[in-house]
Design a protein. Structure first.
Length: 512
């Protein structure tokens, strides 16, 4: 009996490991209806229930509803009919209701998809009818419901779709040859009435093997992310993040003692970021190979409250004066000449050789300078003159850094930091001829609406294994100011959602 028990345990472990190693992505969302019903988190639900939020949501879902058509039109025929009106109400259900999506590598070399969503009878019928109608139009399927095991055209993989109604859930499987994932999700619902365990208390959970996903969605290579696990849940009026980043190789992080330049950084702060162990990563970036000797292992970023452009960055280096001269030589040979040619200001090296200024720009005068203080020697850069040190940094800040395994710490008053980031990004896009965020756009109005309700955001990343980083965050709105602005630009982009790059720089900045 004991041997049988051991065998069964080993079998379960083997099957679990196999499922995890085949996993491409798993996302579980409890649904906006369930989140809104949480009386202990009214502040968050109010934050995302304004007319501006609804306008941005409608615009985004309208764009997403067109994506199946755009995706298939490029691969099958320009004359393919647009089925956006059939997909659009299904996206509303994905926002409102609980659902689980899993994607796995199958033995035949193609991915298998399984989607389970909790719906009432009317909405379940709508899904079945609309999907059948869309597929009928695209593949000339005879009218009617989606038959079990129906085969799509060979040039439109995956070629097997299965639709099942189980209690108050519908399960849709999609793949080739067989659908074991679909059967597994259906069995979970039969056994537990849900596709996930009842004990979970998060709002959103995801596990993504980004390198494996990039094989099927190459645009995700732009993110350059490792395998990621993340859960988002409410606690004490904040959204909390708990996640892990798992790398295929050990991280070569050199986490020497922090060297905080306390004479340069001073109050009143609205944000502070500290990062260490970064040199090994910087050395692998193609665009930085030419300045290998300038690459630091620690970086500090902060912003002051008085003026929108008072955001700064500093990093300890061995010889900042030599670094300034080397940087000036590299800029003078190429970039500075382009700036002068197209009336974008000029790069000037100070007579003492310890500072480089970018002059002739509106509102700002970017600079890089050498600094010497008790903590060491630093390169110091900003877009606006630094204010004299008036108050020392709070001791609580150093207490947060006083842990051996912490590699990243970020604190900000997001409501105050958001307009600073937006102003800096708008100025940068103006100077480089990139499209700015239209102040009348849905995303810009959304940012303006939510700003007063955003409080302190704290993010920490610690190294918890040679190849593993652990992330935690608490934030009223879930995101930092930079992330809010980046999200707004992405949602308003003409190439949303499948291109994460900015539009290319104008030729005047990329050609001599």
């Amino acid at each position: 009996m004991k041997k049988v028990f051991v065998f069964l345990v080993a079998l379960v472990i083997t099957l679990t490991v196999q499922a995890q190693t085949n996993l491409i992505a798993r996302i579980h969302f409890v649904g906006a209806d369930q989140i809104s019903a949480d009386s202990n988190f009214a502040a968050f639900t109010n934050l995302f229930c304004s007319p501006e939020v609804h306008a941005l949501e409608e615009q985004t879902l309208d764009k997403l509803a067109r994506e199946p058509y755009e995706f298939l039109r490029a691969r099958i025929s320009e004359r393919l009919a647009n089925q956006a009106e059939r997909f659009r109400p299904l996206l509303d259900d994905l926002v409102s209701n609980e659902w689980l999506l899993e994607v796995r590598d199958a033995t035949n070399g193609s991915p298998e998809f399984g989607l389970a969503i909790r719906l009432d009878h009317a909405h379940a019928q709508l899904w079945q009818t609309n999907l059948a109608d869309a597929l009928e139009t695209w593949t000339k399927l005879p009218a009617g419901k989606i038959p079990d095991g129906w085969q799509l055209k060979k040039h439109l993989p995956p070629n097997l779709i299965r639709f099942a109604r189980i209690g108050d859930w519908i399960v849709i499987g999609c793949g080739q040859d067989e659908l074991p994932l679909n059967d597994e999700i259906a069995q979970r619902i039969l056994n537990e009435k849900r596709p996930v365990a009842e004990a979970e208390n998060y709002w959103l959970s995801l596990d993504v093997n980004w390198p494996r996903l990039a094989h099927w969605l190459p645009f995700t290579n732009q993110l350059n992310l490792p395998e990621t696990s993340l859960q988002i849940f409410p606690k004490s009026g904040d959204l909390r993040f708990a996640g892990k980043l798992i790398y295929t190789q050990p991280l070569e992080l050199q986490t020497e003692s922090w060297r905080v330049p306390t004479n340069i950084i001073s109050e009143p702060l609205v944000s502070f970021t500290a990062l260490r162990g970064v040199q090994s990563w910087l050395e692998k970036q193609n665009g930085l190979k030419d300045i290998h000797d300038l690459l630091p292992n620690q970086v500090f970023v902060w912003a002051l409250a008085q003026i929108p452009f008072q955001s700064y960055i500093t990093a300890p280096v061995q010889n900042p004066t030599n670094a300034i001269r080397e940087l000036d030589e590299k800029m003078t040979n190429d970039f500075a000449a382009r700036l002068e040619k197209y009336s974008l200001g000029s790069i000037q090296l100070a007579t003492n050789g310890t500072e480089i200024d970018w002059r002739g720009l509106p509102f700002v005068t970017p600079f890089v300078q050498a600094e010497h203080e008790a903590a060491g020697q630093f390169l110091f850069a900003g877009a606006f003159p630094n204010s004299p040190a008036s108050e020392p940094l709070p001791p609580e800040l150093f207490a947060e850094l006083n842990r051996s395994n912490i590699v990243y710490y970020d604190w900000e008053i997001t409501a105050e930091r958001l307009p600073q980031v937006l102003n800096l990004s708008q100025l940068a896009f103006l100077l480089t001829n990139h499209p700015q965020l239209d102040e009348n756009s849905a995303a810009a109005k959304w940012l303006k609406r939510i700003r007063p309700m955003l409080g302190n955001t704290v993010t920490e990343i610690t190294q918890t294994a040679p190849n593993e980083l652990t992330l935690t965050r608490k934030a009223p709105g879930g995101l930092t100011a930079i992330e809010f602005v980046a999200l707004a630009h992405w949602l308003e982009a003409t190439n949303f959602p499948f291109d994460l790059h900015l539009p290319p720089l104008p030729k005047k900045l990329t050609t001599p």
